[in-house]
Design a protein around this ligand. Structure first.
Ligand SMILES: [Zn+2]
Length: 208
């Protein structure tokens, strides 16, 4: 699953969790957390190694352990963000690819691997996530939400940019003549550029 899809599904799951809470999550952080495990792409370590892509950053055990201090300090307000990160490996990558589900027992990977077994369904799942994001983001009025004017908000928004630029670039570079790959590439470019526009919109509303 590409990074923009992880971000939109993180938002959808996080919003569903936040429905039962009185405080609204910071959107800049909520959408960012869905991308966090894939920052392992910037470590330039080999795939599947401890610090490489799909290494410890994709382990639910590691995510739970890192989240514990946040639950201790911020209580239930942590929950939407926690769900937003956890859905990345436990929903997106487990369904689309495979993850080190049994880490720290082993780094070997488990998953449905739909991206190879049934790529049409897998791509549909990513596009559905994006459509759900658009629907929720617009209907809830989140697109015009004024974010807290703090350096943290600016940092969260800034961190959206490298993974989205990476995804957009891959969409341009990953050319294959078959129709499904072309649809996927177009979706990768469109979804990541849309999120970059969303990032700019939220930034505009938070500095005004
Ligand atoms: Zn991932």
């Amino acid at each position: 699953m590409i990074i923009s899809s992880h971000m939109v599904w993180g938002y959808v799951f996080g919003k569903a969790t936040a429905r039962f809470q009185t405080t609204k999550p910071n959107l800049a952080l909520l959408i960012l957390v869905g991308a966090l495990p894939d920052f392992d792409l910037f470590t330039s370590q080999p795939y599947g190694t401890l610090f490489g892509h799909h290494g410890i950053s994709h382990s639910w055990v590691v995510i739970v352990l890192i989240s514990l201090p946040f639950f201790y300090v911020f209580g239930a307000r942590t929950l939407p963000y926690f769900v937003g990160v956890l859905q990345h490996p436990m929903f997106g990558d487990l369904v689309a690819n495979h993850i080190p589900l049994l880490f720290p027992l082993t780094l070997s990977e488990t998953g449905l691997n739909l991206s190879e077994n049934n790529p049409t369904v897998e791509i549909a799942l990513e596009i559905i996530g994006f459509l759900l994001f658009l629907m929720l983001f617009i209907s809830s009025g989140d697109w015009k939400m004024q974010l807290p004017r703090t350096k943290w908000t600016r940092l969260w928004l800034l961190l959206w940019v490298p993974p989205l630029l990476l995804t957009a670039t891959q969409g341009f570079l990953y050319y294959e003549p078959d129709l499904l790959t072309q649809i996927y590439s177009a979706y990768a470019i469109f979804s990541s550029l849309s999120l970059l526009v969303t990032c700019a919109t939220l930034a505009f509303h938070s500095v005004r």
